[in-house]
Write a protein that binds this ligand. Structure first.
Ligand SMILES: [Zn+2]
Length: 322
């Protein structure tokens, strides 16, 4: 097990609850790792971790500890089926747990953010500050345990605009959890390494995640799905429907006004949406140009009815064949 393996284990545990590392487990870590992580604030000693492995048995069975006396003179004992009462050291009794607040501080330092992390939801969500980005600044947060049932309550504190950069210790939640545009969500497990005293983050990987999140949001229409977003979609669709003109309408306006510009102005006024001069001119050209349009008022509709008959023909033949 390398120190980075331990780091990944700690990050995975930061996304979980009730994980305690006792002496038996931390013994398998590389020498000095426990001290490094504790000193950096990523793990902290538990106040009441009263279990210890048996020092006399090969299977190192874990037993509850009975303290005798008061610190610093206290002695600690476990009950062993083989050796009966066995004394263990205080060090062996101590359990460790991940300190999420400490993790927030480490991420903040690794990103070079100058403000101290601010806890938004107790032990779950921290605002780390604003990071400089090529198109301005972006808010950076650390959110833990987003796989849990109450995660939607946590993510409500993160804006719906999709511009926040969200770090999670390990797990990345389903994209549908976000009430608006999905922000960039980056698992620290995949981009963090341990320097011996601090976290180091892969800056280019962070950049890729943010660019990719932006791209996916744009591909999805860039439209948030919250109530405000839905209103926005309805407004856009209405505007698009209004903007749809059949060539007939454009040609009819041209016949009345005998000018692309005047026809466009009249249609814009009538429909309450901008119709360009070019739109009218393109419709007239499609119908054979101004002369053809003015020569025969019915030419357009006649041509279309012929075309539709032609389109229908192969279908009818197919029906006979069946
Ligand atoms: Zn034993």
């Amino acid at each position: 097990m390398t120190t980075d393996d331990v780091l990944r284990l700690l990050l995975a545990c930061a996304d979980d609850t009730g994980r305690v590392f006792d002496h038996a487990e931390s013994e398998s870590w590389p020498p000095g790792a426990l001290h490094e992580f504790a000193h950096a604030g990523l793990i902290r000693a538990m106040q009441t971790a009263l279990t210890a492995p048996c020092p006399n048995c090969a299977d190192r069975h874990i037993e509850a500890v009975t303290p005798v006396g008061n610190p610093p003179d206290a002695r600690y004992f476990i009950w062993c089926p083989e050796s009966l009462r066995v004394e263990v050291t205080a060090e062996m009794c101590r359990g460790w747990e991940v300190d999420r607040e400490g993790l927030a501080c480490l991420v903040s330092s690794a990103l070079g953010l100058t403000t101290a992390p601010r806890e938004v939801v107790a032990d779950r969500l921290w605002r780390l500050g604003r990071g400089r980005w090529r198109d301005g600044t972006r808010e950076v947060v650390l959110a833990a345990r987003l796989a849990e049932d109450d995660a939607s309550v946590i993510v409500c504190h993160i804006g719906t605009g999709g511009r926040t950069v969200v770090f999670t210790p390990h797990g990345v939640p389903d994209v549908r959890i976000w009430p608006g545009r999905a922000p960039a969500v980056i698992s620290l497990s995949s981009i963090a390494v341990w320097t011996g005293t601090a976290l180091a983050l892969d800056a280019s990987a962070i950049l890729e995640h943010v660019v990719e999140a932006d791209r996916q949001a744009e591909q999805a229409g860039g439209v948030p799905l919250d109530a405000r977003g839905k209103r926005l979609v309805r407004t856009q669709v209405k505007a698009e429907i209004k903007g749809l003109f059949k060539d007939d309408d454009l040609i009819a306006a041209y016949r009345v006004h005998l000018s692309y510009t005047k026809a466009a102005e009249a249609l814009s006024k009538e429909r309450g949406t901008k119709v360009s001069r070019d739109k009218v001119s393109r419709a007239v050209k499609r119908a054979g140009g101004p002369k053809a349009v003015l020569r025969n008022d019915d030419s357009g509709s006649v041509a279309r009815s012929v075309a539709s008959q032609r389109r229908d023909r192969p279908k009818k033949i197919d029906q006979y064949r069946k």
